[in-house]
Design a protein around this ligand. Structure first.
Ligand code: ZN
Length: 250
């Protein structure tokens, strides 16, 4: 079981969460929000084989941190994992739109060169602009739309683009999230916690809480839980194999 979108560095006790995930055998993709956070966050993965670190620049920080793009470019060869990146069209972040699009375009351009990257993409209230930009960079073949919250039509468009989807308990707790998940291709879904921000029943989620997704998926797919777990495991390996020749460590 792998958590494909977790802000490990932003927990109050990142070392404890990392140790606990490792002890429970839960893999995690530790996404970052700024290039300057990457080196310190990557240190949390040392000697913890279940953790991989993604290099990111969150759209909500685009204006404040766009000067870190040169650092992004320098660090990019160090990892096949990129995130959290993307666009955020919420009213409170709209004023940064020009910077957001410039930063995301730069990142997609950088990811288009060299080996394939797995990219965890934020698309809140910005699915069409995210897909418009992805269409300009066809070499980016493994975008994973994290906590997709667009419309059915946007979902169809994302599916045609070959996007993957990371879904979690907080998304599945809502009727809209479940309706969207039911329309996603079963072989393109992996799990995420989006901890420590995402919550269920007012509790911040930890990586191992992604198992709360299984009963939801079982009812959506009308599978028993063993078949859900086997499906997710097959998807995890298929997704990792796009960027990592030996995905079993995660
Ligand atoms: Zn996130």
């Amino acid at each position: 079981m792998i958590d494909f979108h977790c802000h490990l560095d932003l927990y109050r006790s990142p070392h404890w969460v990392a140790d606990e995930a490792q002890r429970r055998g839960v893999g995690l993709l530790s996404v970052t929000t700024t290039p300057s956070a990457w080196t310190g966050t990557a240190r949390l993965a040392i000697d913890r084989s279940a953790i991989r670190t993604a290099l990111g620049l969150h759209p909500q920080l685009a204006s404040e941190r766009k000067h870190e793009l040169s650092q992004f470019d320098r660090l990019l060869p160090e990892t096949p994992f990129v995130g959290e990146v993307g666009l955020d069209g919420s009213p409170e972040h709209r004023s940064q739109w020009a910077d957001q699009t410039a930063v995301f375009r730069h990142i997609l351009g950088a990811c288009s060169q060299g080996p394939q990257k797995l990219i965890s993409v934020h698309s809140r209230r910005a699915v069409d602009p995210v897909l418009d930009l992805l269409d300009q960079f066809p070499n980016v073949q493994v975008p994973v739309l994290h906590w997709f919250s667009g419309t059915r039509a946007q979902l169809e468009r994302a599916m045609l683009r070959g996007c993957w989807f990371s879904v979690g308990p907080a998304m599945l707790a809502g009727a809209k999230g479940r309706t969207l998940v039911s329309a996603m291709p079963q072989d393109r879904i992996v799990l995420e916690s989006d901890g420590p921000f995402a919550q269920t029943q007012r509790l911040g989620l930890h990586p191992w809480d992604i198992s709360q997704s299984y009963p939801w998926l079982a009812s959506i797919w009308e599978f028993n839980q063993d078949r859900v777990e086997a499906t997710i495991r097959a998807n995890e390996l298929a997704l990792l194999s796009t960027v990592d020749r030996e995905p079993r460590g995660l």
